[in-house]
Ligand binder design. Structure first.
Ligand SMILES: Cc1cc2nc3c(=O)[nH]c(=O)nc-3n(C[C@H](O)[C@H](O)[C@H](O)COP(=O)(O)OP(=O)(O)OC[C@H]3O[C@@H](n4cnc5c(N)ncnc54)[C@H](O)[C@@H]3O)c2cc1C
Length: 503
């Protein structure tokens, strides 16, 4: 079987769906191939034990770690990708993140263009994802040309109290920019949304926002259950001719003028590596390398005298240590609230503890998330062994992360939380995976040019978290979405020659 499209997009997550939304008005025939299905409605959607203890939404798949030990990754293969379960923090990289930054653990290279180049695409991405937020509270916020489309998600009373406590010790909490319609979300059940899947319940994810906008155009089609196994090249090896996918056990070939790979940072790299000797788009040898995933810890601030009766909690960020450590030293990272950590969630990490005891603890805790930049290291990498993926993540810049957690701990104690418990996030959950097919100005060191076009193949684009040359220390999705819109505009004008597309 052979099917044809003008543009073939592989993956319907943040990168793929947003690119399709940006390209839809061009009128080109766009076909999105997605290995997963649409998430089905079920009672498990809001069942913390099913999600956190039994991992029911994880794939039936194993990857190998750096030592060759198999593990079940926290990867999500649904229409909408990982964003179906994400925390919906839709925050811009800071302007400084686009330049080189000196960290305790080394220097990040920066981007091939400055923040100003992406600023208007961030604005469009914020509109597409209906971001709730407020400007003027965070000194590190880069310039915005217009306010957020919606006011911020309100702090619950217990969180408003936590905000005041943090402000009293000299920190500057700001409203986290979020893609959540809180009334709709709580309408189904009173839970947080971070790591809970969304089935049209008010979370602004790749399916509910970008894909819905793309599919409103008759020229855009989605094929689910289509797992792409390899890309195909023309006889001269220069142009990517199509892709081969497994659909219901049958091998189907697709042909396209333009190919957009957006399968996520691990799977896109694996697909390129599997698609030719030495890997496609790999003159630089960088495909699969520079894997990054943020250094992150949960930090539970416990005050036995106060009850945290919040349901969703996740409305505050703190960037006081983002550009420096407060003492003239290098940056430490971002702090934000986690989604509410209830007893069943705690139990997924503390299996031996009875849930009633964890309930006593969680009722008295405010749950923070400390996140520091992971630096690009060529030895931190994705490789393939036949169908098997091997993810050898080499953490970097760990001293920075320890310093961030220590600084947060110190402020929390000063703010009156006598007990502060910390735990680094599990290595098996590459939630913020990125960097494996990065953009750059030089084809000798980066597979993609600044518009995500493969230096080696003029009709191949990679538009997902792989493209990020740095991880910064904020959540990645809005930056992926902004770049996807920028690339869509570039494709429409240069490859499809749609008149007046840049409107
Ligand atoms: C629990 C959790 C919380 C998070 N919270 C946040 C947050 O608050 N803010 C934020 O910015 N980010 C957050 N993230 C990260 C965010 O979800 C990702 O950065 C983002 O989804 C990455 O976009 P992507 O396009 O690279 O990949 P994805 O969105 O994962 O999309 C990749 C798509 O490709 C499909 N695919 C894979 N292989 C193939 C194949 N061979 N053939 C066809 N299709 C394929 C997948 O099924 C998937 O649909 C979170 C992630 C998790 C897991």
């Amino acid at each position: 079987m052979l099917e044809r499209a003008d543009v073939l997009v592989i993956g319907s997550g943040v990168g793929g769906a947003t690119l399709a939304a940006g390209l839809a008005a061009s009128g080109a025939d766009i076909l999105i191939l997605e290995r997963g299905e649409r998430l089905a409605d079920s009672p498990q959607l809001r069942d913390a034990r099913a999600i956190f203890q039994r991992g029911v939404f994880r794939p039936d798949e194993e990857w190998l770690d750096g030592s060759g030990t198999p593990f079940n990754p926290g990867a999500y293969y649904y229409v909408g990708g990982a964003s179906k379960l994400y925390g919906a923090v839709l925050i811009r990289y800071r302007a400084q993140d686009f330049g080189p930054v000196a960290h305790r653990g080394g220097e990040t290279p920066g981007w091939p263009f400055p923040y100003e180049e992406l600023a208007r695409w961030y604005t469009r991405a914020e509109r597409l994802y209906q971001v709730r937020g407020a400007l003027g509270f965070d000194a590190t916020e880069p310039a915005h040309s217009e306010p957020y489309p919606f006011p911020p998600v309100p702090d619950e009373p217990a969180i408003a109290a936590a905000r005041e406590r943090m402000a009293r010790v000299g920190l500057h909490p700001f409203p986290l920019p979020l893609g959540v319609d809180i009334e709709r979300w709580l309408g189904r059940a009173r839970t947080g949304w971070d790591a809970f899947p969304n089935v049209d319940d008010g979370k602004m994810d790749a399916e509910s926002c970008a894909l819905a906008a793309a599919l409103a155009h008759p020229n855009v089609k989605l094929r689910t259950g289509a797992r792409v196994e390899r890309l195909l090249v023309d006889a001269d090896g220069r142009r990517v001719a199509g892709a081969e996918a497994l659909i219901n056990g049958e091998r189907v070939a697709f042909q396209a003028k333009l190919m957009v790979l957006a399968a996520g940072a691990v799977n896109s790299a694996a697909l390129l590596l599997r698609s030719g000797a030495g890997g496609l788009a790999n003159r630089s040898g960088a495909v699969g390398r520079h894997f990054m995933n943020h250094n992150a810890s949960a930090v539970l601030a416990v005050d036995p005298r106060t009850i945290n009766d919040s349901v969703y909690q996740k409305t505050l960020g703190i960037n006081d240590f983002y550009l420096g450590d407060g003492n003239g030293g290098p940056p430490l990272g971002n702090i934000q609230l986690l989604g509410r950590v209830t007893a069943p969630i705690l139990k997924s990490n503390l299996a031996a503890a009875p849930e009633w005891a964890l309930h006593l603890l969680s009722r008295r805790a405010v749950d923070w998330y400390a996140m520091s930049e992971d630096l690009p290291n060529p030895e931190s990498r994705v490789t393939v062994d036949g169908a098997r993926i091997r993810l050898d993540w080499k953490r970097s810049n760990w001293a920075t992360h320890r310093a961030l957690v220590a600084a947060l701990k110190e402020r929390l104690k000063a703010a009156g939380y006598p007990i502060v418990l910390t735990k680094p996030f599990d290595r098996r959950t590459p939630s913020h995976q990125c960097g494996t097919v990065r953009i750059g100005g030089d084809g000798a060191t980066s597979p993609l040019d600044p518009f995500c076009r493969a230096f080696d193949h003029p009709n191949l684009f990679v538009v997902d978290a792989s493209l990020l040359p740095t991880s910064a220390a904020v959540n990645p999705s809005l930056t992926i979405a902004a770049q996807a819109l920028r690339v869509a505009d570039h494709i429409a004008r240069h490859d499809l020659r749609t008149p007046g597309h840049d409107s």
